[in-house]
Write a protein that binds this ligand. Sequence first.
Ligand code: DHB
Ligand code: FE
Length: 281
Amino acid sequence: MANIHAGLGTSHIPLLGRIIDIGDSAKPDWTPVFSGFEFTKQWIQKQAPDVIILVYNDHATTFDMKFIPTFAIGCAEEFKPADEGYGARPVPIVKGAPELAWHLTEQLILNGFDMTVVNEMDVDHGLTVPLSMVFGQVEKWPCRVIPLAVNTVVYPAPTGERCLALGKALRKAIEQFPAELNVQVWGTGGMSHQLLGERAGLINQPWDISFMDRLKDNATELAKISQEQYIRESGTEGSEMVMWLIMRGALNRVKEVHRHYHVPVSNTALGHIIFEEEELP
Ligand code: DHB
Ligand code: FE
């Protein structure tokens, strides 16, 4: 049986992908940012997941006003890094896990989550930057990745409650898959930021910290936050944080084993958290 015992949340700041790609991440100026991922790099080697279900949002890269799936799942063998205007990032092709992805699709749809199946999809910084933050510069990604894209760009995005419930349904579906696989769910995006308009540059540190504080034990409370409230308090793109609730929903009782929060780094507050499930007594 496939199993899931851990997950993480992280921002997906494009600038940090670029810093890794040009080999500058060890430079002293960047220490306050990347040192917060040193623990994670060791941790992921010990965890050695076979598959990561990587919850992210496409930033009008593959999906645009022609198609806006609320929840999309990548069922293909592989996904290429997208060209977001400056050429594709020099990172490995993302290898999918089609058998598990189709199984998840079946179970999620039968349980009322009408996933959009995507068989051809270039993946943007929302997916590739978290992989780089955790695995660094590598020849190939050390595990399979199932992209799970959530619309957080165009109103109305799915509610927090829906995202938390999707996480729970994901867990059930993972546990029904017959192969012995160590699976993780990652929630990406956020934290507070607004890229455009009069409030561009907005960062709300107390909001971010309160969100991280409550994620472990009060996710149902966080799930009540509406997209409007995220936008008001944490900026238009702060609403990406709803994707962390999918990760949280996929895990039972957890302990927080690592946290990193840093401002200033970009337009975005950098947030990162790792959860492991508590052993049953
Ligand atoms: C930035 C952050 C994002 O989440 C994003 O999608 C694009 C840009 C930023 O920090 O600049
Ligand atoms: Fe983003």
